[in-house]
Design a binder for this molecule. Structure first.
Ligand SMILES: Nc1ncnc2c1ncn2[C@@H]1O[C@H](COP(=O)(O)OP(=O)(O)OP(=O)(O)O)[C@@H](O)[C@H]1O
Ligand SMILES: [Mg+2]
Length: 540
């Protein structure tokens, strides 16, 4: 139902796609994977008509409707929440606007009457009378309370904003649903909700994600973008990963006979198919994985950035003390009476059942917001660095990457082009790439730049709010190691369980009734019965 014909795209010397031919079939769920900057978002932009290819085209079957959740979460900031959702069905929304304008006319003519009844007919056909209730119930399903439905999108915190945009994409049951990294900024509960929704969704889904668990749960097919090509494989992410590893090993093993190789592959496929058919995915998706096939799989071109956090100087004994810090938002208590002392070498996972509370807490500690009550003080030897959840304001600029990074260099030596180039090279922007404008960066490339800024600060206290958002698996691994090896103190929050489990040696939970503060790894924290009891009381 979607055909990609001879598609090529080039930015300057950089070839993103070279003569790609593909078909997306009705009813399947395609997971689009690839390194940061491989061209996933760009591919979706071509598909939705927001970017022209250099050559070739992508065609949607006539009469079918496509809806999209983009990676940019700020586009609808000036729109009302409920309207934003209904805008998901473009034609329906147009009719609503046209109708309202007609009925508001003082000199309502006969022709206007005809036009109005025509619009009413189309409106009814599109089930327009249910639009508002449908939109409202989608929002409620996603945990957005009625009081927020009439606010502007920009008045919502980031995590809720994404849910509204998700509701917009889901609104009116599109034939093709295109989602670019939908799980970024969603909490675990909402991710599960989205997984269930996609499993029951009867139409075609094309979804970009770096989240292995999510991809495994929802996908029937994997689209891998690498080497300027896009290849579609049947099966979920694990199947793609295992089979590509197996194919690589076999290719290395030149002495093995062709028949032996073939048998090994077939055994693997039948074992995998047996498991797959027992999974929830196979039962709830109409389309079963009936035919698994290993095609030519190349060694991946994905690379690891170098992420190391050095300290300019060791911290003294006074790091940070937080005293009775409290903050409310729109009448809701986000956190109250937060008191703790940060020690040397503490790697603190900040947790809460409300992600806005955590983001606000970090914003207060970095003096971008004021607390309602209480205070905090960093020691005199402390240099802080902060990786915010929302980085879009840093990239609204025409600076080249070299110029962009130079803003955060401290010494003349650091500011020299050769140094900056070396640094950018380690962060996987080499040659011409270092000259491109900061504005065109992909989601993950922006985070790599923000991490460079943090590294330049040579801080002894780091604060990071969802640092793995947008990053590919290679960059997540590099970041994870960098955080483990960092010698200073660290406060961070992440939905990536693996990261939290391997980095944190202390957990601080900020609640509307004070802190739960435990010197223990995250694994122990979530299993502790007493803590569970405490949580029930403190969020009550
Ligand atoms: N107008 C442009 N001019 C030059 N380069 C561009 C332009 N638009 C995008 N790019 C580059 O094309 C590459 C692909 O970008 P895209 O946003 O599609 O990546 P992505 O696969 O979605 O990555 P991520 O996982 O980080 O979101 C990036 O390196 C980006 O910097
Ligand atoms: Mg992208």
């Amino acid at each position: 139902m979607i055909t990609v014909n001879n598609l090529s795209l080039q930015f300057g010397k950089r070839v993103l796609f070279d003569d790609v031919n593909l078909k997306f079939v009705q009813g399947n769920c395609y997971g689009v994977i690839g390194a940061n900057g491989a061209g996933k978002s760009t591919f979706l932009k071509i598909m939705t008509g927001h970017q022209d290819p250099t050559k070739g085209r992508i065609e949607l079957e006539p009469g079918k409707r496509m809806a999209v959740l983009s990676q940019n979460h700020f586009e609808f900031d000036k729109c009302q929440v409920l309207h934003t959702v209904m805008m998901g069905h473009k034609r329906l929304y147009e009719i609503m606007i046209e109708k309202d304008a007609l009925y508001a006319k003082e000199d309502f003519s006969e022709a206007d009457g005809m036009k109005a009844s025509e619009l009413e007919g189309e409106f009814a056909d599109l089930e327009g009378w249910n639009a508002e209730t449908d939109a409202a119930s989608l929002l409620s399903n996603l945990g957005i309370e009625e009081a927020s439905h009439y606010l502007l999108l920009e008045e919502l915190p980031n995590n809720l904003k994404v849910r509204v945009l998700l509701a917009q994409a889901l609104f009116g049951n599109p034939d093709v649903l295109v989602l670019d990294e939908p799980t970024n900024d969603l909490d675990g509960k909402t991710i599960t909700w989205l997984e269930d929704f996609l499993l029951d969704f009867k139409n075609t889904v094309i979804v970009v994600s770096h989240d292995r668990h999510f991809l495994d749960t929802v996908c029937t097919h994997i689209c891998d973008i690498d080497f300027s090509k896009i290849n579609i494989y049947t099966g979920n992410y694990s199947f793609w990963y295992q089979s590509s590893q197996l194919a690589l090993r076999q290719r290395a093993d030149k002495n093995k006979k062709a028949e032996e190789k073939k048998k090994e592959l077939q055994d693997f496929i039948s074992r995998f198919s047996a498991n797959a058919s027992k999974s929830k995915q196979a039962t709830s998706r109409r389309k079963m994985i009936d035919k698994l096939d290993i095609e030519e799989i190349q060694a991946s071109s994905r690379r690891y950035p170098g992420i190391t956090f050095h300290q300019e100087r060791d911290a003294g004994n006074q790091i940070l003390s937080v005293d009775n810090l409290s903050k409310s938002y729109e009448g809701e208590v986000l956190f109250k009476d937060i008191t703790f002392t940060l020690n040397k070498g503490d790697k603190v996972a900040i947790v809460s059942n409300n992600s806005l509370a955590i983001t606000t807490f970090f914003e207060v500690l970095n003096r971008n917001m004021n607390a309602d009550n209480g205070e905090f003080i960093f020691g005199t030897t402390i240099i802080t660095a902060y990786l915010p959840n929302d980085n879009h304001s840093y990239f609204d600029s025409d600076l080249s990457l070299i110029q962009w990074l130079r803003q955060y260099a401290n010494t003349d030596e650091e500011k020299e082009e050769v140094n900056l180039r070396g640094f950018l090279g380690r962060m996987l922007f080499s040659g011409e790439e270092a000259l491109k404008s900061a504005k065109v960066l992909s989601g993950g490339e922006k985070v790599r730049c923000m991490l460079s800024k943090v590294m330049f600060a040579k801080a002894n206290v780091l604060m990071m709010d969802e640092p793995t958002n947008h990053l590919d698996l290679e960059s997540i691994t590099a970041l994870n190691n960098g955080m483990i090896e960092f010698g200073g103190s660290l406060m961070f929050t992440s939905h990536d369980q693996e990261l939290v489990k391997t980095v944190a040696n202390r957990v601080i939970e900020i609640t509307p009734n004070g802190v739960i503060d435990k010197m223990m790894p995250y694994d122990e924290y979530i299993k502790d019965e007493k803590i569970l009891q405490l949580q029930t009381e403190m969020y009550a």
